[in-house]
Design a protein around this ligand. Structure first.
Ligand SMILES: Nc1ncnc2c1ncn2[C@@H]1O[C@H](COP(=O)(O)OP(=O)(O)OP(=O)(O)O)[C@@H](O)[C@H]1O
Ligand SMILES: [Mg+2]
Length: 606
C-alpha cells in the first residue's frame, strides 16, 4: 500500500469531525498569532523600557505581555482539548471499524493470521495512532504555522539576517527527509515484532497448565526473551535513526542562529539596528528553530503512524471469502443468445424453504493444506426432520462436514445445498440462523451462565433460560454454583468441568430453537448417567428437526434414521444400525469393539 493511499484512508475517518478540526485550526491560528505578537512585545519592552529607561512605558509593555499570555492560555486550552478529543475519537472509530470487519471475516483467515497479532493491531497500533493524531499532529500543525509566521516576521524585522536563516533551511530539511523514510520502515517492523511478543505471551498464558505440567517455564521464558530482544533491537535501530536526526537538526539550527547573532551583534554595535529589534529577531529565530526541531521530531512520529495505519488498514480492507450473493441481482447469460442479460434474481430466504441439507460430489481441502483432501467426492443428503449420524475414525472428516454445512468454507468442487439450492446463493447470515451448533470444544464466553445460555437469543427471558437449562440437565449444577445463574464462568468457561460446559452449550442450542441441529460429540464428556439424561432431552429436541449427530459412542446413535460411516473423507457406508452391521466391515468392527467392551464392563443385574 502506498503511503499516500494509507493517509487518504486515515482522512476518511477524520472527515466526519470536520467541525472539530476547523475549531482546532482556528484556536491554533489564534495562539500562533499571539506567539508572534509576543515578539513585538519583547521589542517594546527592551526598546521602550530598558533602553529608554522609562518606568511607565515598561509597566505598560509588561501589562500588554501579560494580557497576551492570558489570551494564549485560553487559545491553548481550546486547541489542546479539541485535538486530543479528536485523537481519542478517531482511534475509537478506527478500532471499531477494524473489529467490525474482522469479526465478519471467513474462519480460514484466522488460520493464517494469529489472534494475538490481530489483537495487537487493535490495541498497540491504535494507541500509537491516537498519540499521533492527538498530540504529534497538533504539534506539527502548530510548528508549521508559527514557523512560517516567524519566518515572515524575520523578514519584516531584518532582511539581511533572515537570509542567513533561510539559507540554513534546506540544509535542515534534507536529513529530515532521508532519515524519515528509514524511521517509517523500522517503525512498521517494530510494531510487527511487538505483535509477535504479544501473541507469544498470549498463547503461553492460555496453555498455562500444559506449560507448567511439562515444567516448560524456563523454556518458555527463554523463547519469550528471544521475541522481546528482537523487538528491542528493532526499536533500538529506530531510536538511533531518530536521535541522529534530531542531533543533526539541532546542530544546523543553532549553527545558523549563532551566525545570525554574530552578524546582528555587529549591526547593533554599529547602530544600524536597535537592541529591541535584535531581541525580537532572536525571539523569532528561536521560534523557527524550535519549530523545525519539532517538525523533524514529528515527521518521524508521522512515519510511525503511517506504519501503524498500514497495518490497521490491511485488516480493514481484508475481504471475507464467504460472501453473500451480490445484491439481489445476478448477471446471467440468456440461453437463447450470447447477449448479457441482467435478470433480477431474488436471493432465496432459507427460513421459508424446507430444512434439507445435502452435499453433492464435494471435494474439499482446507486452504492451509492444499494437497490433503479433507472430503473427497462426498455426497450425502440430510432429510428434513430426520436424524443422521456421522461415525468414523478420528480425522475422517466428520467435523469438516459441519464446517461446510455452516458455510465456514466453500468446497473446491461440488456443491453444498440447502433445500436443493447452492449455499452460495443464500445470505450466509440468514442461512446460519437456521442452524444451532454444539461444537466439539464447547465454546463459552467470559460471562455469567445466563448470558452464555442466551448467546444467540439475547431477548430470551430468565424463565426461558432456566427451562432450557433444565432440558439440558444443567439446572441442578448451575443452582449449586456460588451465584447460581449469575455466576461468572471465567475466560472460555474455565470455571466449569468439561461435562458442565457441554451441558451449557446444549442448553444454548435448545434455547435457540433452530430448525437444524448440528451436534458434534455433544455428550462425549458426560458420565453415563448424565449422558443418558441429556440424550432423553435431545431426543425430544430432535423431533421434527433436521439433526446431524457426530458421535464416537455408537450407543448414542442407535436410533438414528440414517447412519453414515466415513473414512478418510469419503462415505464408506450408509444405512441403519442393523443393516450396517451386515454391509459395512468398518462399522461392524467399531460396533463389535464397543459393545463387547460394554458387555464386559457391564455389572450383572442383581
Ligand atoms: N482448520 C484446519 N486446517 C487444516 N486441516 C484441518 C483443519 N481442520 C481439520 N483438518 C484436517 O482435516 C481432516 C478432517 O478433520 P475433521 O476435524 O473433520 O475430523 P473428524 O472426523 O471430526 O475427527 P475427530 O473425530 O477427531 O473430531 C483431518 O485430517 C484434519 O487434520
Ligand atoms: Mg471432529
Amino acid at each position: 500500500m502506498s503511503k499516500f493511499s494509507t493517509l487518504t484512508q486515515l482522512l476518511r475517518f477524520m472527515l466526519p469531525y470536520r467541525r472539530y478540526w476547523i475549531g482546532a485550526m482556528i484556536a491554533l491560528l489564534f495562539t500562533a498569532s499571539i506567539t508572534l505578537a509576543i515578539g513585538q512585545g519583547v521589542r517594546l519592552v527592551i526598546d521602550n523600557g530598558f533602553v529608554a529607561g522609562s518606568v511607565s512605558q515598561l509597566n505598560q509593555s509588561i501589562l500588554l505581555l501579560v494580557a497576551m499570555a492570558v489570551l494564549m492560555a485560553c487559545g491553548t486550552f481550546i486547541r489542546f482539548y479539541l485535538v486530543s478529543w479528536l485523537g481519542e475519537r478517531v482511534t475509537a472509530d478506527i478500532r471499531q471499524a477494524v473489529f467490525d470487519n474482522v469479526i465478519r471475516l471467513h474462519p480460514s483467515f484466522f488460520e493464517t493470521n494469529r489472534s494475538g497479532e490481530i489483537m495487537s493491531r487493535l490495541t498497540t497500533d491504535t494507541t500509537l495512532l491516537q498519540s499521533i493524531i492527538g498530540s504529534s499532529f497538533s504539534m506539527a500543525l502548530r510548528s508549521v504555522v508559527t514557523t512560517s509566521g516567524a519566518l515572515l516576521m524575520l523578514f519584516v524585522t531584518n532582511i539581511k539576517l533572515s537570509l542567513i536563516i533561510v539559507a540554513g533551511v534546506p540544509l535542515i530539511l534534507l536529513p529530515i527527509l532521508i532519515f524519515g523514510r528509514k524511521v517509517r520502515k523500522l517503525a512498521r517492523q517494530s510494531q510487527d515484532s511487538i505483535a509477535d511478543v504479544g501473541s507469544y505471551a498470549g498463547e503461553a498464558i492460555q496453555q498455562i497448565k500444559t506449560v507448567q505440567s511439562y515444567t516448560q517455564e524456563a523454556h518458555e521464558s527463554r523463547a519469550f526473551s528471544v521475541e522481546v530482544d528482537s523487538a528491542f533491537r528493532v526499536a533500538q535501530n529506530r531510536i538511533r535513526q531518530r536521535a541522529l536526526l534530531m542531533a543533526m537538526v539541532i546542530l544546523l539550527v543553532f549553527g545558523a542562529l549563532s551566525g545570525m547573532l554574530w552578524v546582528g551583534g555587529y549591526d547593533v554595535i554599529n547602530g544600524t539596528m536597535s537592541a529591541g529589534e535584535l531581541g525580537a529577531f532572536v525571539f523569532y529565530a528561536l521560534i523557527v528553530a524550535m519549530g523545525v526541531g519539532t517538525m523533524s521530531e514529528v515527521y518521524g512520529e508521522l512515519q510511525r503512524a503511517v506504519g501503524a495505519t498500514e497495518r490497521l488498514m490491511e485488516l480493514l480492507d481484508a475481504e471475507s471469502d464467504i460472501k453473500p450473493p451480490e445484491g439481489s441481482t445476478l448477471v446471467t447469460k440468456a440461453s437463447h443468445s450470447d447477449a448479457q442479460v441482467t435478470t433480477q434474481e431474488v436471493i432465496p430466504t432459507a427460513a421459508t424453504l424446507p430444512a434439507e441439507l445435502s452435499l453433492s460430489h464435494v471435494y474439499f481441502n482446507y486452504p492451509s493444506r492444499p494437497d490433503q483432501p479433507a472430503l473427497e467426492d462426498f455426497s450425502l443428503t440430510f432429510k428434513e426432520g430426520a436424524i443422521t449420524a456421522l461415525v468414523g475414525p478420528s480425522g475422517a472428516g466428520k467435523s469438516t462436514v459441519f464446517e461446510l454445512l455452516l458455510r465456514f468454507y466453500d468446497p473446491q468442487q461440488g456443491q453444498v445445498r440447502f433445500a436443493s439450492q447452492d449455499l452460495r446463493r443464500f445470505n450466509p447470515w440468514e442461512l446460519r440462523q437456521q442452524i444451532a451448533l454444539v461444537s466439539q470444544q464447547p465454546a463459552l464466553f467470559t460471562a455469567n451462565v445466563i448470558d452464555n445460555i442466551r448467546y444467540g437469543r439475547a431477548d430470551a427471558t430468565e424463565e426461558e433460560v432456566i427451562a432450557a437449562a433444565k432440558a439440558a440437565y444443567a439446572h441442578e449444577f448451575i443452582e449449586r454454583l456460588p451465584q447460581g445463574y449469575h455466576s461468572d464462568l471465567g475466560e472460555q468457561g474455565v470455571r466449569l468441568s468439561g461435562g458442565q460446559k457441554q451441558r451449557i452449550a446444549i442448553a444454548r442450542a435448545i434455547l435457540n430453537d433452530r430448525r437444524i441441529l448440528l451436534l458434534d460429540e455433544a455428550t462425549s464428556a458426560l458420565d453415563t448417567e448424565s449422558e443418558h439424561n441429556v440424550q432423553l432431552a435431545l431426543d425430544t429436541l430432535m423431533q421434527g428437526r433436521t439433526t446431524v449427530i457426530i458421535a464416537h459412542r455408537l450407543s448414542t446413535i442407535l436410533h438414528a434414521d440414517q447412519i453414515v460411516v466415513m473414512e478418510q473423507g469419503r462415505v464408506v457406508g450408509t444405512g441403519t444400525h442393523e443393516s450396517l452391521l451386515q454391509s459395512s466391515d468398518l462399522y461392524a468392527r467399531l460396533a463389535q469393539l464397543q459393545f463387547k467392551h460394554d458387555a464386559q464392563t457391564q455389572i450383572e443385574p442383581v
